[in-house]
Design a protein around this ligand. Structure first.
Ligand code: SAM
Length: 288
């Protein structure tokens, strides 16, 4: 016989074990660690992203913007960077549903940056139409269930000025490869893929985002990506950044496997011959 208390415990446990593809910062067990990972990864990526932006001729578009909105801005790293890089921009609004991230952001020292704690879609749908030049979504839409994508993309389009752009940064999930090959890492990514798809997400967002932008009515779609290697990122940085992905977003029953994979990756990265790659890309669409 199972007592009511045990049954209740099992139900609570089941709820806790349910893994969503959505990224909820406030549910991290170690928020300090995740903050450090995001900031460090952000600093590495931003350098390469800036080069991509320049190669794509995007600097001019940003420099002439009046209002830029960064949805899912996290700690506001990109919003702060934008306000410094393009001093002619009047206002950068960072939006994130995580209270912790908004409170811990360093945007207080950036007079042109305003941080708002809100769900991105709700925020976009409450904005006046046609008043924003650029809406950025960096590593965000990949965490949103795909059934909502069209609503998100339409909500962005509505608040853009004619000629305004949506700017997305995304990582290509198929490019996490190392030498020597680490089969457990492939298995973990396969597990993450299944979980994300089970929760209504899309695994390899970059390969399908263009089609969704087109359906939502964006024009002049452009995308460009860069493959970063351990030579660009540093071997330890690479291993920590990729390895940490295995200890979150994975269901509890796989936690130990995730920790083991991270350890194997860290160990492998100590070998002078270790090599690994990631690929990030920028996707831009314009409102006519
Ligand atoms: C992987 S992080 C990326 C953070 C930041 N854009 C960056 O590039 O470092 C994903 C971000 O999306 C935010 N997010 C998740 N669901 C969201 C939603 N419904 N609306 C707005 N932001 C959301 C999270 O709180 C988190 O800050």
């Amino acid at each position: 016989m199972i007592s009511d208390a045990i049954l209740f415990g099992m139900l609570i446990g089941k709820v806790r074990n349910t893994v969503s593809s959505l990224y909820r910062f406030d549910s991290f067990r170690n928020r300090k660690k995740e903050k450090a990972r995001l900031i460090k990864q952000g600093n590495i990526l931003l350098k390469h992203e800036a080069q991509l932006m320049q190669d794509m001729g995007m600097f001019d578009k940003f420099a002439h913007a009046e209002q830029i909105i960064d949805i899912g801005c996290g700690f506001g790293q990109f919003a702060i960077w934008l306000s410094k890089k393009f001093p002619s921009v009047s206002r950068v609004i960072g939006v994130d549903p995580s209270e912790f991230m908004i409170q811990q952001s360093e945007a207080k020292d950036s007079p042109k940056v305003t941080m708002v704690c809100s769900d991105g879609l709700k925020f976009l749908e409450s904005l006046p139409s046609g008043k924003t030049d650029i809406v950025c979504l960096r590593f965000v839409i990949n965490h949103i269930p795909s059934r909502l994508w069209n609503r998100w993309l339409i909500a962005v389009k509505r608040c853009l000025k004619p000629g305004g752009i949506i700017y997305l940064t995304l990582a290509d999930a198929n490019y996490y490869k190392t030498s020597p090959e680490l089969p457990l890492m492939d298995i973990m990514f396969e597990h993450k893929k299944l979980l994300r798809e089970k929760n209504g997400g899309i695994w390899n967002t970059p390969s399908v985002i263009g089609r969704h932008l087109n359906i939502a009515g964006y024009n002049h779609l452009v995308q460009q990506s860069v493959c970063l290697t351990t030579e660009d990122m540093g071997m330890h940085n690479y291993a920590v950044s990729i390895g940490d992905q295995f200890i979150w977003g994975i269901e509890d029953s796989w936690k130990k496997t995730g920790e083991l994979t991270k350890r194997l990756l860290l160990d492998a990265s100590k070998d002078a011959n270790f090599w690994g790659q990631v690929k990030i890309g920028i996707h831009v669409g314009e409102k006519s």
